[in-house]
Ligand binder design. Structure first.
Ligand SMILES: *Cc1c(COP(=O)(O)O)cnc(C)c1O
Length: 459
């Protein structure tokens, strides 16, 4: 082999480099920089042995390379990204962004002691969800409410506390998989319930339910088919009719409504999503939904309904294992408070403000962003597109929107990758070999950063 053994000897020691000013001043942990240094030096050794390099760079150069690598490594995990996909409730990108008031409440609850289970006025022990429950009662008219970790946990608790060792009747059209790990039959089995399927995939009528109700029936379960739609000849039993059956037989009617909109979102073009108050009004005894879907709050599962069932759930041993933490509860309380003023809700809850953006507003924003890109010497154009709510809400529904698309010789895949690998990743979507940045999910405050990145890429 023709490599220079002296070069290998000139490679500096890790301990020496760890004292280099670039390393000590970079603000990373010693272990992170040491690992990166070892990796950079190993690569250098390899390059010398293979003949790809002959000279050993200066210490500063090695240190800088190691810091760059260590910074990249430290940025893995849950970190900020810019969502240009147009999918408002993107489950892989964290679903709902919180309103500012909720962010503030989380910071406060997290950084100081907080009155989590303490009634300040009484100077005595309190309940962690009493204020959230009070707000939910006011907003939905429910008798009682509670909060757990997510909607999947809510379903576990509901079924374990009301229907264990009994039969639960579900329409065949609602025996669904909502996402990895949430399949209705598996959840029922986990709770020790026997699934009694009724009706057919596309059609179920009230008689199907009444025909199988017997002494072992513990509940009638209705599940919102959040992520798909059956079109054509199909019929499901209205909640109202189920409620009559439940009442006649003295068994609870449970409805998993999935997203749980608190306001009428039909005016934004989102149809077919159950409204929480309506579900209660139509006679559901127990209703559950997610906090981080159309409600626009933190990840949690909200259970509403009759006091007697909620009281059972509070006492169930499973509750302790799946109860919500202080940051979640603080965020939920703050988000629910915003709902007390519908105009504030539309303005301040990001999910609702994104939904409420009109085509004209989106076009104006797209043109502004495109203009910013061109001012920086880049190339892009505005295209009309369709965006979706996502997160298992309103399947098949598309909302008219506008996107900014980079222009140039590079493939859409190349552009997608370059923007995704930035310090603050910009995640777009590729359609027909065009990279689209959908204005519905972009924050105006990020336009400067996005424009700079796209200009850099296309100029
Ligand atoms: C989303 C969804 C769930 C799961 O909710 P998580 O809060 O993600 O656990 C359960 N049921 C339905 C109908 C859903 O839409």
């Amino acid at each position: 082999m023709g490599y220079d053994k002296d070069s290998l000897k000139q490679i500096p020691q890790v301990d020496k480099l760890l004292k280099n000013g670039i390393i000590t001043g970079c603000g990373l942990y010693r272990r992170e920089t040491a690992e990166a240094l070892r990796e950079v030096l190993a690569k250098l050794r390899e390059d010398i042995v293979s003949g790809a390099t002959e000279t050993v760079p200066a210490d500063d150069e090695i240190a800088a390379a190691a810091v760059e690598l260590a910074i990249r490594r430290s940025r893995r995990g849950v970190r900020r990204v810019i969502n240009g996909t147009g999918v408002i409730l993107h489950s892989n990108l964290g679903r709902a962004c919180l309103p500012e008031a909720a962010v503030k409440a989380v910071m406060e609850a997290a950084s100081s002691y907080c009155a989590l289970e303490y009634d300040v006025e009484a100077g005595a022990r309190g309940d962690r969800t009493s204020f959230a429950s009070e707000l939910l009662r006011g907003l939905t008219g429910c008798e009682a409410a509670m909060v757990v970790n997510n909607n999947a946990a809510a379903m576990l608790l509901i079924l374990c506390s009301t229907a264990a060792r009994g039969n639960v009747i579900v329409s065949r059209g609602e025996i669904v998989e909502i996402g990895a790990g949430f399949r209705v039959p598996d959840i029922l089995a986990q709770c020790g319930c026997t699934l009694r399927e009724v009706g057919t995939t596309n059609r179920t009528v009230p008689g199907d339910y009444s025909g199988v109700i017997d002494a072992d029936t513990r509940a009638l379960l209705k599940v919102h088919t959040s992520n798909f739609r059956i079109v054509g000849f199909s019929e499901s039993v209205a909640l109202k009719d189920l409620a009559v059956l439940g009442k006649d037989h003295g068994i609870p009617v449970i409805e998993d409504i999935g997203s749980g909109a608190l306001t009428d979102i039909g005016r934004y073009g989102i149809t077919g999503e159950p409204i929480v108050a309506e579900s209660l009004k139509n006679g559901a005894d127990i209703v559950s939904f997610s906090g981080d879907k159309l409600l626009g709050g933190p990840q949690c599962g909200i259970i509403l309904g009759r006091e007697k069932y909620i009281a059972l759930m509070r006492k169930h041993p499973l509750y302790r294992a799946i109860r919500a933490d202080k940051m979640t509860i603080a965020a939920l309380e703050a988000t629910l408070r915003v709902y007390s003023d519908p105009r504030a809700a539309e303005r301040d809850i990001p999910v609702l403000s994104m939904l409420s953006l009109t085509e004209e507003e989106l076009r104006a924003r797209a043109e502004k962003l495109c203009h910013d890109i061109k001012m920086r010497g880049g190339k892009a154009e505005v295209l009309p597109v369709k965006s979706v709510a996502g997160g298992g809400a309103a399947p098949g529904l598309e909302l008219a929107s506008y996107a900014v698309s980079p222009v140039g010789d590079r493939s859409a895949g190349d552009c997608e990758r370059e923007l995704r690998l930035l310090n603050i990743p910009i995640i777009g979507r590729v359609e027909e070999d065009r990279l689209l940045l959908d204005l519905r999910t972009l924050f105006v405050d990020d336009f400067g950063y996005i424009a700079g990145a796209v200009a850099e890429m296309t100029s």
